[in-house]
Write a protein that binds this ligand. Structure first.
Ligand code: ADP
Ligand code: MG
Length: 429
């Protein structure tokens, strides 16, 4: 790389409290190097002299508390230095949370449970990342809970989950996830099955409190809860539901005053609700961009993250194998809804929404994601951790065989049941 050293090189000088923002054009790659000073990306400190790579679609903000020099190589869609950022506000929130964590350790109670909400594209996920990074840099082990079924970072699209954060997010690849707890939802919009969605929120809250009981460090570090951008109607109700189930202490409402006022009206006053400014750097993502981000996330699951890292890195290949229909126990969550008047006495339509319905393997499974449950019976499958995912790539009705893509070689665990997702994946390889 010494040969083309100054090809497309842009040098930036940032004063204290400034932020370099850039977007990488589709199919391009931009490299970044911190030349001097200190800087961080969404709360992760950059190493001086290291080249970081960002691929097409990346939207990046590099902030400095002290001033720095940064070099960028490659084509950026935009690249500018911003003088106005909400980082001082964010670090003050972090300082308050740290006080609550110290206090929780002294009193041996649970640390702060913080929920971040707001409409789409206001920087919720980024703020969660910043707060988690700052916490872990202070030696905490916070829980990260994410129930954004569309753009979530735990599991793959169509799932919700939680995980303990033990080290700062990798600049290029985000948080590493040793053993996340993942639940199957099966769609990228909560509205497609709200009663299931709320049930999963309840279950995640339960999992967090079990984890807190088992690990006092996690307990005193508290939890950061990321939500999805649907903040009206049923989406708003599920935020209230989550606030109750997670017994949240603090709610950060990004950008939207109406949501802030509604939450302040509907929630008890011991919950601190903080109207939080959005960063001018947050970029609105088009539906196509979101769709592409979802496929990229699934592709990363099957092929490994390193497929997009610098050339020469190990590339993983998923395995492909056949499963006889007789071993493919597929269920769908939610039976077609029937009006309450047609249901047996005492049964609610809601119960129907969280019922497991067995499916005969057929062509309708083609290209769909199936969650592989740890359960072997449908009874507890909704609340049980998902151990992985496969994608159905072929159905042979004659031979009664399904071909699946899987990151693990066969065989799949004996008797595990599969949960059908609406989410589809087309393997472009
Ligand atoms: P939300 O979770 O509310 O939908 P995100 O946190 O995912 O929003 O932010 C939307 C996009 O904006 C993401 O691609 C993110 O990388 C980008 N972004 C957020 N903050 C900044 C910033 N300060 N500078 C540049 N890009 C940013
Ligand atoms: Mg988000």
């Amino acid at each position: 790389n010494g040969l083309h050293h100054d090809e497309n090189l842009k040098e930036f000088r940032l004063e204290a409290d400034q932020e370099l923002r850039f977007e990488v054009e589709a199919n391009e790659r931009v490299q970044l190097e911190l030349r001097s000073g200190l800087a961080e990306m969404f709360g992760t400190e950059l190493m001086k002299g290291k080249r970081y790579s960002f691929d097409g679609g990346a939207k990046v903000g590099i902030f400095t508390w002290h001033g720095c020099n940064i070099d960028l190589y490659g084509d950026t869609e935009v690249a500018y230095v911003a003088k106005e950022t909400p980082m001082n506000f964010y670090i003050n929130i972090h300082a308050c949370l740290e006080n609550m964590r110290d206090k929780s350790a002294t009193e041996d109670i649970r640390g702060p449970s913080v929920m971040v909400c707001g409409p789409t594209d206001v920087g919720k996920t980024t703020l969660c990342r910043i707060l988690l990074n700052y916490a872990v840099r202070r030696g905490r082990n916070p829980m990260y809970v994410d129930f954004d079924v569309g753009q979530g970072n735990i599991g793959i699209p169509g799932t919700v989950g939680c995980t303990v954060i033990e080290r700062p997010a990798d600049v290029e690849e985000g948080f590493s996830q040793a053993a996340p707890f993942v639940l199957h939802f099966g769609s990228i919009t909560p509205s497609s099955n709200l009663s299931l969605y709320n049930k999963l929120i309840t279950r995640l809250a339960q999992v967090v409190s079990i984890k807190n009981e088992a690990d006092s460090k996690v307990k005193h570090s508290g939890a950061v809860i990321n939500t999805c951008g649907w903040v009206t109607g049923g989406g708003y109700k599920s935020l209230l539901h989550a606030a109750k189930e997670f017994e949240v202490d603090v709610i950060l409402v990004l950008d939207q005053e109406r949501l802030y006022n509604e939450l302040a009206r509907d929630l008890p006053s011991f919950i601190k609700i903080i109207f939080t400014p959005k960063s001018g750097g947050v970029v609105v993502r088009s539906p196509e961009f979101r769709r592409e981000a979802r496929s990229a996330r699934i592709r990363e699951y099957f092929y490994g993250a390193s497929i997009k890292s610098s050339a020469g890195a190990t590339q993983f290949y998923p395995h492909s194998f056949e499963i006889p229909f007789s071993q493919l126990k597929v269920y769908k969550i939610g039976a077609p809804s029937i009006p309450d008047s047609c249901l047996p006495l005492g049964m609610k339509a809601d119960d129907n929404q969280t019922k497991l319905v067995p499916l005969m393997p057929s062509l309708t499974l083609l290209h769909h994601i199936l969650s592989v449950s740890f359960s072997t019976t449908p009874a507890d499958a909704i609340e049980n951790n998902v151990q992985g995912f496969v994608c159905v790539t072929a159905i042979d009705t004659e031979r009664q065989m399904a071909t699946v893509l899987s990151p693990q070689p066969r065989p799949l665990p004996q008797g595990a049941i599969f949960l059908l997702s609406d989410v589809q994946f087309m393997d472009a390889h």
